[in-house]
Design a protein around this ligand. Structure first.
Ligand SMILES: [Zn+2]
Length: 174
């Protein structure tokens, strides 16, 4: 595999908007494969290409953390087409802010579509942790980090806490 560099806050690339893919070709497929391998080497429920400094609308998600091969999704141009009015609070970890978790309220269920690695349009419905991962990764493609979804004051408090934890050498779940 090609080892990709994980960009970490406050790297400005994380606030950039990613460009759509025209067609899922061999180069895109290779990137998807590398991203999927990174997802198991540096465990996360998903990654967006911008976390590796690549400004393309590509994400990988696996809500089983490698337990179930059928739960691995490689997506180009993912787009949410429906959000449930019901919301839920969950804690989100992010390898680009690897010092702790962020409690966030988001829609509980979503419908979304994307191009799979065969360049076919696929539509799926997601709930629970899968819905959470997809929303988090699509946010990355728009340059939005989990902390950016907090109110101004909560964002400030959260970043202070993470700065303390970073200095203590703590990672997400320490
Ligand atoms: Zn993230």
């Amino acid at each position: 595999m090609t080892e990709l560099k994980i960009h970490v806050y406050p790297d400005p690339v994380l606030n950039e908007k990613c460009a759509p893919i025209e067609k899922v070709d061999a180069a895109t497929r290779k990137l998807m494969r590398d991203m999927a391998e990174m997802m198991y080497k540096y465990p996360a429920g998903g990654y967006a290409a911008s976390q590796f400094g690549i400004l393309k609308r590509i994400i990988v998600v696996d809500d089983s953390y490698g337990e179930d091969p059928a739960r691995q999704f490689r997506m180009a141009n993912p787009e949410i087409t429906w959000r449930s009015p019901e919301t839920i609070v969950m804690s989100e970890g992010c390898m680009s802010i690897p010092w702790g978790r962020v409690e966030l309220e988001r829609p509980e269920r979503i419908k979304f579509r994307f191009l799979n690695d065969q360049n076919e349009i696929q539509e799926l419905e997601a709930d629970d942790y899968f819905a959470r991962c997809v929303q988090h990764e699509i946010d990355h493609l728009d340059g939005i980090l989990a902390i950016d979804r907090l109110s101004k004051i909560r964002r400030k408090i959260c970043l202070k806490k993470f700065e303390r934890r970073r200095k203590m050498g703590k990672s997400i779940d320490d």
